[in-house]
Unconditional design. Sequence first.
Length: 426
Amino acid sequence: MIRIDDRFCDHAYFSETSARLAAQVGLSGRDTGRYAVCFSQTVDWLSLFFAIRQAGASVLPIHPGTPYSAARKLAIGAGCNRLFYDSLTAEVLEVPEGEPGPGTLLQMSSGTTGAPKCVARNWEEIDAEIDSYVRTFREPDDMTPVIACPTTHSYGLICGILVALKRGQTPVIVNTANPKYLLKVLRETERPLLYSSPTILHTLARLLSQGEQIHATMTSGTLLPEPWFADIRAKSRHMFQQYGCSESGCIAINPNVTAASDMGFVLPHLSAATGGSAEDAGEIVVTRAAGAAIHTRDLGYRRADGMLVFVSRLDDMINVSGLNVYPKDVEDAVMAMPAITDAVAFRKADRFAGERVALLFSAGEPVAPQAVREWCSRHLASHQLPMEILQVEAVPRQANGKISRRDVAARHMAGEFNRPVAGAAS
């Protein structure tokens, strides 16, 4: 059974609906089609997903807020031969015929380090991830998953819905972006475990009344800024964290988060190689049994107790005159300044140092860049200091809460953030 907002859909509903949809759209056993699906209603999307999965075909989930032209482009880029866009009448797409193979879950990478690319994982790999996740991560066995994130993304679809169904639980899907409604659902749910984005978790932490806590929270996708982590941790009776990438799925889970950078223990169906200490950090490279190595482009290390610790994205690191600057160190320092609510540090070319740090920040009131600069000079080394500081209405984040520093840098270079916030003169 799945609850979608205030509607309950049991196993019989999805079985009957999926069978009817399979017949209606022409799905059959051992289907080799590649289907892109973009539906505004979660119940419709999930019904078609289960039908495609049952037929052993391939499916590309597309976020329901995606305009038609963008959805069509994604579908063609993923090699899909049919697009279902809010209709069971499929658009046939002219794409080259591929070699028949096992059905796959098709997903577009987040694009935080470049153009998004299509990643295909077969259903056997997905099942292995779910089995490993459920057998290893036992703390939520008596909790109710509340999924307040896109179900077209692997975080909500696999770790939220499919894991809950494997455990025999009834997942609660909350489609609204209204945090007050989400709080209402959490308060009415017995032992809720909230799967959501860092931005939503932080908003809820600030809305909760004094002494009130969420039973359990799960964070994923990006490293929490220290001030956000402190707020969310204080408002969570249990706090979990998971780490993964598009190519491998979930890699590690932390069943008791005490530090934002502690990603978790590697799931047993995978192995991970990286550095052995903070001084010897290295790229996190993941392998499946008999599988090729997956290079995450994340810098980290593994402690003696097995905890996988995240340091930085390799592509985000800023080299200032030969000295490495990790953006999170700058962001944490800036966000400790009163009034500042969010920040992103990124690289900017410099004729003398090669690269320098640039900074965007948002705040609850106008803050002069010079005041930020003076604050940074008291909390950061000279090579870490931002050379350019701009206040914006909101730091640009993706739908999953991640920041693409590459995208921010490109938009900054194009002059998008040059208009000052009223009252924030330097």
